[in-house]
Design a protein around this ligand. Structure first.
Ligand code: F6R
Length: 252
């Protein structure tokens, strides 16, 4: 059993997701009380879907407003069109933004049509935009089966910032589920860097299901090294790991 204060294991994915949603809602409410904006770092993929469902429920039935929320998504495939159903813009609109009262101009997703020689400038702008809001108050993370966070694939430097990255073969393989065929999966993505992520004042890493159990063991109990990018989180006091029983199977 790893020695983490901030490790909670729930009996089901639903309970883990509701807990995560409540943490996010509490932050939004606290910032509202202070008259401040809540700067949220958001993730896509299967893992946060039920978190977003619960946030939508809290908005619809319990009066939670997103009017003070500014969001920055972790990553986006490159190249991709925002109208593409596989794009993370589409995902976020469909799974959260279209159903809550967030202001369109407060939404940031690292999408660009710019040519490859302008990408590094685009990425730096994204990084600076986050800083201009005073950094992320809370970053929600999933974890890839190779230990990636955002699309910081194995080998990513711990001091990396927002940039274009080549997707790992396992990441592309896992994306077949959404793209239908490996040939349709982009080879690259824009991602916040590891340094961008670890600057967040609070980090919630959510992992659900048996297929994450092996990497969770490595990420939580293994050596801190760039071959498992998420291992860096072990060293941070502001990280909370939220797991369902299946994802926690190999650390219990
Ligand atoms: C998504 C992201 C990725 C995913 C990870 C797990 O924005 O940054 O790191 O969190 O690939 O994906 P799922 O949740 O689909 O298993």
């Amino acid at each position: 059993q790893p020695d983490f204060d901030k490790l909670t294991v729930y009996d089901s994915a639903v309970l883990a997701s509701k807990y995560t949603a409540n943490k996010i809602a509490d932050l939004i409410l606290q910032k509202q009380k202070e008259g401040n904006r809540a700067i949220l770092g958001l993730a896509t993929g299967n893992t946060p879907k039920m978190v977003y469902q619960e946030l939508i429920r809290l908005h619809k039935y319990e009066g939670l407003s997103f009017s003070n929320v500014v969001s920055f998504n972790l990553d986006e495939y490159y190249p991709i069109s925002v109208n593409d159903e596989q794009s993370y813009t589409y995902f976020m609109n469909n799974n959260l933004f279209n159903h809550v009262d967030i202001t369109q101009e407060n939404i940031h997703i690292p999408h660009t049509d710019c040519s490859s020689n302008q990408i590094s400038e685009y990425c730096l702008d994204y990084e600076n935009k986050i800083k201009s809001y005073g950094g992320l108050d809370l970053q929600l993370l999933g974890i890839g089966r190779n230990g990636h966070i955002g699309f910081n694939e194995p080998g990513s430097k711990f001091d990396s910032i927002t940039r274009l990255i080549d997707l790992h073969p396992l990441t592309r393989e896992d994306a077949i589920e959404n793209f239908g065929d490996l040939d349709n999966v982009p080879y690259q993505a824009i991602t916040m860097g590891i340094n961008t992520i670890v600057q967040a004042k609070k980090i919630l890493l959510l992992a659900l299901g048996e297929r994450k159990s092996e990497i969770i063991k490595k990420a939580l109990n293994g050596t801190i090294a760039t071959d498992v990018p998420s291992s860096i989180l072990q060293s941070l006091p502001q990280v909370e790991y939220i797991l369902d029983r299946e994802a926690a199977a190999m650390i219990q």
